[in-house]
Design a protein around this ligand. Structure first.
Ligand SMILES: NC(=O)C1=CN([C@@H]2O[C@H](COP(=O)(O)OP(=O)(O)OC[C@H]3O[C@@H](n4cnc5c(N)ncnc54)[C@H](O)[C@@H]3O)[C@@H](O)[C@H]2O)C=CC1
Ligand SMILES: NCC(=O)COP(=O)(O)O
Length: 338
């Protein structure tokens, strides 16, 4: 695949859980982007809301030609009927297949990047014994990469959780110096390479209230976090912390860093989803290919009603495009601009 062909390759969008809002927001995103930003949906065309013009395609390149007129769909036939709000375990394998096909098309260069529709982790576990707690971990396995990093980004904030989809009680034991070091190095490299930030300013949260308050409220900051940060500072990385998580996300504090690295899932995701739920994008750093996703989930409570907001998906598609263009030297580095 030549670089020129790769620049023109569309973005692959895996369907996610069809009983959720994925098909509906895919249709809305196509309507808003049309041919300006070609992407194709990998999933069952019968799941796309009635009234959306669709065109089944055989190769990703077909999407470039049809996307001004119709939503291009690379078809996968799901075995069970789809009911909004009620995932059917028999469809779980199809959801997983859509992700895997997206990965293989990005790896072959036929797609520029992968954007994933939201999945319901429990439905995949129940229906297909899915062994991963989320896309992030599954994509790392498909790519053969030991550690990847989840970053959520909006215009006002970028956050990275060091531990991701694990029970809260397991956080302290999984929060190792090696994991924190790798997370910081991967994040630093991606901000420089993919987002064009030459000297990223990284703020690191403590684990405990008040970042441990000198050991009075926990020792992880003293025993593990500070030594890791000191070692990386000696490598000339611009890192502050460990900071009190409760005071590092207000508007003035956010001016001091480009990314906040947090110790666990909710410490990172609550601030960003509160600040900008509809504009947030989930990006996996450290993969050998581009992957983005909307920041929200399957929203079963509103699926099938036509009211789901497609902004986050559109931001995710646009960010994948910009990252792909930046990778091929075709454009400015990626932002979350809609
Ligand atoms: N990338 C992914 O695959 C993600 C998947 N999930 C999965 O989604 C499922 C549901 O998770 P929840 O915590 O309930 O989060 P959720 O994001 O699905 O829903 C939370 C609330 O936000 C609303 N909402 C979400 N997206 C919306 C949109 N685009 N427009 C309007 N309203 C929207 C929902 O109606 C609900 O009231 C879980 O299985 C979770 O694991 C959650 C986040 C990301
Ligand atoms: N809360 C974020 C989330 O669940 C998305 O995870 P992933 O499926 O992108 O790994």
């Amino acid at each position: 695949m030549t670089q020129t062909t790769q620049q023109k390759a569309p973005i692959a969008l895996s369907c996610g859980e069809p009983a959720g809002i994925g098909p509906e927001i895919a249709a809305k995103a196509w309507d808003r982007l049309r041919g300006r930003q070609p992407f194709f949906y990998i999933g069952d065309p019968r799941h796309i809301p009635v009234g959306t013009p669709i065109r089944e395609i055989h190769t990703p390149q077909d999407a470039v030609h049809v996307s001004a007129e119709a939503l291009p769909v690379l078809p996968i036939t799901f075995p069970a009927e789809n009911t909004a709000g009620q995932p059917d375990p028999r469809n779980a394998a199809g959801v997983i297949e859509a992700i895997a096909r997206g990965v293989s098309l990005v790896q072959s260069g036929e797609a520029s990047g992968l954007c994933t529709g939201p999945i319901n982790k429990k439905a995949l576990k129940d229906g297909a014994d899915f062994a991963y707690p989320g896309h992030t971990e599954y994509l790392a396995a498909l790519a053969g990469v030991d550690q990847v990093v989840m970053m959520l980004a909006c215009d006002a904030l970028r956050v990275v959780p060091v531990t991701i989809h694990i029970p809260l009680e397991d956080v302290p034991s999984q929060l190792t110096a090696a994991r924190l070091t790798d997370t910081l190095l991967i994040t630093h490299r991606a901000l420089r390479r993919d987002l064009g930030i030459d000297a990223p300013r990284i703020a690191v949260a403590g684990l405990n209230p008040h970042a441990g308050e000198g050991g009075a409220m926990g020792r992880e900051e003293i025993d593990m976090i500070t030594p890791v940060l000191d070692a990386l500072r000696r490598e000339c990385m611009n890192i502050t912390g460990p900071l009190s998580a409760d005071t590092m996300f207000h508007a003035e504090a956010r001016k001091n860093y480009d990314v906040a690295v947090c110790m666990y899932h909710d410490q990172a995701l609550i601030p960003i989803k509160t600040l900008d739920f509809s504009g947030g994008v989930n990006v996996t750093l450290g993969l050998p290919f581009i992957r983005t996703s909307p920041d929200h989930g399957t929203a079963f409570d509103i699926a099938g009603q036509g009211i789901a907001d497609a902004d986050s998906l559109i931001a995710a598609l646009n960010m994948a495009r910009k990252m792909a263009d930046a990778k091929t030297g075709n454009a400015a580095p990626a932002t979350t601009e809609k």
